[in-house]
Design a binder for this molecule. Structure first.
Ligand SMILES: [Zn+2]
Length: 297
């Protein structure tokens, strides 16, 4: 079976279209557009479908109860989840396609900061509320950028109650290339994911070449996927130890083009990946390149 193509980075697409996109660390980031200009998000979905995406993901990544505290006038996260689902549905109807919809299960707090995760009760309540929105409405629930085994397992086990298909995506964006931001080994995270019998385990929001390093671990899973950033690891001199995984990533970061990205995609597919897409700094041009590869299979 041909690999499924996921869509490109929402934040990057918003930025490229001149939308206001403040820092994800201190603001509600892409949720600002979800609240104030949802039409642009619908157009991004449409453009991704036309570029070749088989699966589009709901745009409520940053619309979580913890992050929305930053915008007291923002609608509740469940309302934003419903809105983001409607935008996906409208894009699918508008394009007259059978594009699948992935309901997003994001980290509840700042990305790459598992130390900020709340207690299990709060986390389950969040994922259950999203699950009620997605039940019967999405083709898959995707747990994205999971930065600790704790959060990944709570997200994926909750997702299984609400969707027949669950994907669990870890990030190895850390100051060790084979570890999650929690410092736990990716290998261990995948072993834990296997116990839950999810449908696919993935790696996202890492350099493309770092993602390639994860393949041998990901192969333990019956189905695996990758949606990396449009960059490769380039070691730079760092003054002392950098504990902030995001800062560390950008210190050691070299952008690549959509055509460069395609070469990684070919490797991932040849290694057996069944889901491929793009995370930060990828655009619909990346999706078009992936589509060219998949069409030739
Ligand atoms: Zn990313």
């Amino acid at each position: 079976m041909k690999p499924l193509i996921l869509d490109s980075a929402l934040g990057t697409e918003l930025e490229n279209r001149g939308e206001y996109l403040p820092s994800f660390k201190t603001s509600i980031w892409s949720a600002y557009s979800l609240i104030h200009n949802p039409e642009v998000i619908k157009q991004i979905h449409i453009d991704n479908i036309e570029a070749g995406a088989d699966v589009i993901t709901t745009s409520n990544y940053q619309a979580t109860p913890e992050l929305l505290k930053r915008e007291p006038s923002a609608p509740p996260y469940e309302d934003l989840a419903k809105r983001s689902l409607e935008l996906c549905k409208e894009a699918v109807i508008k394009t007259g396609t059978q594009t699948k919809i992935a309901g997003c299960y994001p980290p509840i707090h700042v990305t790459f900061r598992p130390d900020l995760s709340p207690n299990e009760k709060k986390l389950r309540k969040f994922y259950e509320t999203l699950g009620e929105v997605y039940r019967g409405e999405v083709d898959v629930i995707i747990c994205e950028t999971m930065a600790s085994i704790y959060e990944g397992m709570i997200a994926a086990s909750t997702a299984k109650k609400f969707s027949d298909t669950v994907w669990l995506s870890w990030t190895t964006r850390s100051n060790k290339l084979n570890r999650l931001p929690s410092t736990e080994l990716l290998d261990l995270a995948i072993s834990e994911g296997l116990k839950l019998d999810v449908d696919c385990q993935l790696v996202n929001c890492v350099h493309a070449d770092t993602a390639s390093m994860a393949i041998e671990k990901l192969k333990k899973e019956k189905s695996f996927g990758i949606y990396a950033n449009s960059s490769i690891y380039k070691k730079n001199k760092l003054e002392g130890f950098v504990s902030d995984s995001d800062e560390w990533h950008y210190h050691n970061h070299q952008p690549i083009t959509p055509v460069d990205y395609k070469d990684f995609v070919i490797d991932w597919i040849n290694s057996g990946a069944s889901v491929i897409g793009g995370c930060c700094r990828t655009t619909t041009d990346h999706i078009k390149e992936i589509k060219k590869v998949v069409e030739k299979l």
